[in-house]
Ligand binder design. Structure first.
Ligand SMILES: Cc1cc2nc3c(=O)[nH]c(=O)nc-3n(C[C@H](O)[C@H](O)[C@H](O)COP(=O)(O)OP(=O)(O)OC[C@H]3O[C@@H](n4cnc5c(N)ncnc54)[C@H](O)[C@@H]3O)c2cc1C
Length: 405
């Protein structure tokens, strides 16, 4: 892994230190800097600012309204707002260049369901619609009319989001937030946090791999799949572990006509267009915690599981050629597949922003804002993310999200 040379921080003490400067860390830095301006010193420590192995860079970068929890729907609605407004939001920080457009492809999601699952799917659609989402439930007949290339024989229908769902540029989002944060006085350094010093119920300092120690007022854990490593530095434990996800980009000999959504098959395999090509992935058969450095791709997963599922659901996928593939890590919360956002009740200045389990990119705008509100005001000011509080972990009270891909 080629990591840029590490840098020392410019000061010995910061009001806020953020560990991890990818989507969640940089969104947090952005919202804090916009609210606090020069009144607070903020340091972001990033162990690899090439972001090569970050979840953000390896993400398939989609956003949807199709969740089972109202708060997740609302978080994504805010995400959509930010994605649409990004060029205007970023314009002040890109004075001599065009502000980044995140290239949002509003193709929608199509969640297939079994005949047995149709009632639950309809209930989710109703919930999403009651919150302003544009999801509709299509019975097999109308589903086939709308998407003639889809095999609906074994389906009870599909939930289709025609608006406010699709995919976008993950690194554009990260780079925009990062640049805006830096332009507003946040300091970023290439370095790794290797330890935390505690006094009483507080983190008082952060130890860096280059030997420096910096004092901190508030510590934010935005370390993605490595979140547990950072938690452990404060003697804490969260049920977040790196889980592998394989992505494959393929060409299909037979084109699929029309505006193809992100199709979520009954097997959990998803597929969506990627320019002229298609992008697919699934949950690997071996769904276990992985080594932090293990990014190897198991090609059998495509041949043995993904391709048969694709061919069954979309028979036009009879001749495919894989062109590119990669492996990324989900920061997987084994308790309930939802984020953990908030201060630790015991170590009162330790903030979690972790465990988003495959939907953290679309949640990063709302999570960064929520974390900044907690730090500045001690309470949420906009969306109430209380259901994501850390306290549910030791209490073993899952806040389960059913719609996880
Ligand atoms: C294959 C795949 C597909 C996905 N698809 C989607 C999707 O469609 N939609 C969606 O919303 N989400 C998706 N996700 C999830 C999403 O990408 C993540 O939830 C999100 O990017 C998490 O951002 P983060 O900043 O928390 O973590 P990361 O992007 O992993 O960033 C954490 C950063 O912390 C740094 N770091 C870690 N430890 C330290 C340390 N000790 N010191 C300093 N720095 C440290 C790391 O170097 C890293 O850059 C997907 C993820 C994967 C892997």
């Amino acid at each position: 892994m080629a990591i840029p040379p590490y840098k020392a921080p410019s000061r010995g003490s910061y009001d806020i230190v953020i560990v991890g400067g990818a989507a969640v860390g940089s969104s947090t830095a952005y919202w804090l800097s916009q609210a606090l301006g020069e009144t607070a010193s903020i340091l972001v420590v990033e162990r690899d600012s090439s972001y090569e192995f970050s979840s953000t860079a390896l993400s398939t970068s989609a956003i949807r309204q199709q969740y089972s929890n109202p708060i997740n729907v609302k978080i994504s609605q805010f995400g959509i707002e930010i994605i649409r407004d990004f060029p205007q939001l970023m314009a002040p920080f890109f004075k001599d260049e065009p502000a980044p457009d995140l290239g949002f492809k509003e193709h929608g999601y199509l969640y297939c369901c079994t005949p047995d699952g149709a009632e639950a799917a309809k209930a989710r659609v109703e919930l999403q619609r009651s919150l302003g989402a544009h999801t509709v439930f299509l019975e097999p007949g109308p589903l086939k009319d709308r998407f003639p290339w889809l095999n609906v024989e074994d389906l009870g229908g599909g939930a289709w989001g025609s608006r406010d769902e699709g995919w976008f540029d993950s690194m554009g989002l990260l780079n925009g937030f990062r640049r805006a944060a830096r332009g507003s006085g946040v300091e970023y350094i290439d370095n790794a946090v290797v330890g935390l010093d505690l006094e009483g119920n507080r983190v008082v300092a952060v130890r860096l791999s280059t030997g420096e120690t910096v004092s901190c007022g508030t510590l934010v854990n935005a370390a993605g799949p490595r979140a547990q490593q950072v938690a452990a530095m404060a003697g804490l434990s969260i049920p977040v572990e790196p889980r592998k996800r394989y992505s494959f980009v393929f060409a299909s000999a037979t084109p699929i006509p029309g505006r193809v959504p992100n199709v979520i098959d009954l097997t959990g395999t998803f597929v969506r267009p990627e320019g002229e090509l298609f992008l697919t992935g699934n949950t690997p058969q071996k769904e276990i915690a992985r080594d932090y450095e293990d990014f190897e791709t198991d090609m059998d997963e495509f041949d043995d599981y993904i391709w048969p599922a694709l061919y069954h659901r979309i028979p036009a996928f009879d001749a495919l050629k894989v062109q590119q593939f990669w492996t990324g890590h989900y920061e997987y919360n084994t308790l309930d597949h939802n984020g953990i956002v908030g201060f630790h009740p015991g170590i009162s200045n330790f903030m979690f922003a972790n465990g988003f389990s495959g939907h953290g990119l679309q949640q990063s705008p709302a999570v960064g804002r929520a974390v900044s509100e907690l730090i500045i005001h001690g309470a949420f000011q906009t969306l109430d993310l209380t259901p994501f509080r850390y306290e549910r972990v030791p209490a073993n009270e899952p806040f389960l999200e059913e719609a996880v891909i």
